[in-house]
Design a protein around this ligand. Sequence first.
Ligand code: NAD
Length: 371
Amino acid sequence: VTRGAEVAAAARRVVKVELGERAYEIIVERGLLERCGRLIAEAVPGADRFVIITNTAVGRLYGPKITAGLRAAGFDVSTIEVPAGERYKSLTRADKIYGRLLEMGVDRQAVIVALGGGVIGDLAGFVAGTYMRGVPFVQIPTSLLAQVDSSVGGKTAVNHRLAKNVIGVFNQPRLVLIDPEALRTLPSRELRAGLSEIIKYGFIGGEPLLSKIRSLLPLRRDLDGFPSIIVDCCRFKAQIVVEDELDTGRRAILNYGHTIGHALEAVSSYRQYNHGEAIAVGMLGAAKIAQAAGMLDQAAVDDHRNLLKAAGLPLTIKDVDPMVIYRHLELDKKRARGRNRLVLLDGIGRPVIREVEGPPIIGAIEGLAEV
Ligand SMILES: NC(=O)c1ccc[n+]([C@@H]2O[C@H](COP(=O)([O-])OP(=O)(O)OC[C@H]3O[C@@H](n4cnc5c(N)ncnc54)[C@H](O)[C@@H]3O)[C@@H](O)[C@H]2O)c1
């Protein structure tokens, strides 16, 4: 073993997702992509063939490294590239991928490797869960959002013309490999979007995570603080997924900020706000609703504002009529008995699910609107 490899192994951190037969590891290590061939192969004993599903941008940057690593370990590797963008997270694109897999003669001895951000992870995970009734898959998330959130927990889906993420399957990966070095090439706006999800974990998880997140800000590009925060977020999410894998209870707390956030994303046609930006605004909205309900004090709302602002995330709703957002909430799938179910904080670090009437929601959205 070379000295370099020893140092690397010392910096390797592993989070276990304890799901019995579906248990898997999340490995976080700087430079991991350079040496992940054997790890991928070992995650699925007996596999003889690997199909990397990636997008054109990420594939160009990191595809050759993964391919070389797997080939060096003696495996057959092919790649399927998808154009970059949320709109390719579709059944149409999944169908094209099924076609390619069939043409290549891919059978159930193969492993799908999802290399990219959350779009690729969701799409490739969905294809893996449905092609031939399921082939194993490995997640190699390359965006910050995917590294702290979407690659963990087994939710996979494609979008429908009428709604996001509504055609999908729960499908846990066999392994998640996270290389924080990949964040070096991630555009700043995408880095901030991932930070928004990290801040979400901070507010629902409370201390000590929240203080650690504060120490990351203002954001530096050296990335030194990231490996440790990524591990904390994965551990936090893994624990909740283990408690409620199929999202029938506690897992809902991970949707903090997402009710108003999703509506904002949807009414701005997924253009003006990306997911992280929309949930930043959504978290501030949720904080205002909790304040109106006497659950959070002014200092906690200010804390939301300050942290999100320091992360370079938006705090206001621009160019969108608040009532249009509210009407979109009426469609919210989590709506129950004529009211919206929201994740609110009963104090920082204490998420609860509450049914909320229209007026406080409207009040909060109006309070976010830029005048
Ligand atoms: N399954 C889940 O539990 C879950 C959770 C949260 C979000 N999601 C889904 O995740 C998606 C959003 O994921 P995202 O924010 O990663 O978006 P994304 O996958 O579109 O990636 C963002 C952009 O960054 C680029 N990119 C990714 N990694 C890069 C790198 N290392 N260097 C340079 N460019 C890179 C991508 O090509 C893309 O253009 C949404 O579809 C959302 O529904 C799923």
